[in-house]
Design a protein. Structure first.
Length: 258
């Protein structure tokens, strides 16, 4: 029997690499999508050697329409799992940010999720089996967490919840993972200084991956890994949004990022 195929975007580090390693260990063949060909090849070599499955390298810039179309064509051929992990944040204030960079952020964080999910679903529904995992952020669930990045992740949460209802009974599931601070390259790449963040707020990649996949196996549409973040989101829903915004700006680094 052929092995199931999992497509992972943004797998060269952090959570993307964690999901790729986990699915390889679970017996999946992989399609790895990133614009960093050198790091893609390095991960592919590692996974072929450690798990023996097939690993396809698919270089693509997901901020570009042609790059997204190339990945969409591959998804249309049929896969079992799609992990929409690619995404990025930036530092600075919205009104000083490069408009082209802001647009690129939305193209990767929002447009890519929409287009790749749309490309993957028909074959999954026809097969009666499949899983889409969208990586958002706890920032998408809290008031006042930056501007465009938080808004993009709030879109991913809402999109996933809405689509989950439509997919009920098809055999296909869609889920959104909302991690907090994770030890990855994300903040360094964004230029955000995290030196003063308390240690108890950090999580490790493998813990986020394991917790989220356990939540997904139970059928949870939204996964919030970490008790500290479940508590934070729960409390934020009990207080007025204005109060939540003030608390975020005072204690939660609500400024200095887009």
């Amino acid at each position: 029997m052929s092995r199931p195929v999992a497509v992972v975007t943004g797998p060269t580090s952090g959570l993307g690499a964690g999901y790729a390693r986990r699915y390889a260990a679970d017996g999946y063949d992989l399609v790895l999508v990133s614009r960093d060909v050198e790091r893609l090849e390095g991960l592919a070599t590692e996974l072929r050697g450690s798990h023996g499955g097939a690993v396809e390298v698919l270089p693509a810039d997901l901020a570009d329409g042609d790059g997204r179309a190339k990945v969409a064509d591959r998804l249309g051929a049929g896969v079992r799992v799609l992990v929409n992990n690619a995404g990025f944040g930036t530092s600075g204030e919205f009104w000083t940010a490069d408009p082209a960079l802001l647009q690129s952020q939305l193209d990767v964080n929002v447009t890519t999720v929409m287009q790749l999910t749309r490309a993957a679903l028909p074959a999954m529904i026809e097969a009666g089996a499949g899983t889409v995992i969208n990586i958002a952020s706890v920032a998408g669930l809290l008031s006042g967490r930056g501007s465009t990045y938080s808004a993009s992740k709030a879109w991913v949460v809402s999109f996933t919840e809405g689509l989950a209802g439509g997919l009920h009974g098809t055999g296909v599931g869609i889920h959104v993972v909302c991690p907090g601070y994770v030890h990855t390259e994300f903040h360094e790449r964004a230029g955000i200084d995290m030196a003063t963040l308390p240690s108890f707020m950090w999580m490790e990649v493998d813990d986020v991956v394991a917790t989220s996949l356990a939540d997904i196996a139970r059928g949870d549409v939204i996964s919030i890994p970490g008790l500290q973040y479940k508590t934070l989101v729960g409390v934020s829903r009990l207080i007025p949004r204005g109060v939540s915004r003030r608390l975020t700006n005072t204690f939660g680094r609500g400024r200095g990022r887009t």
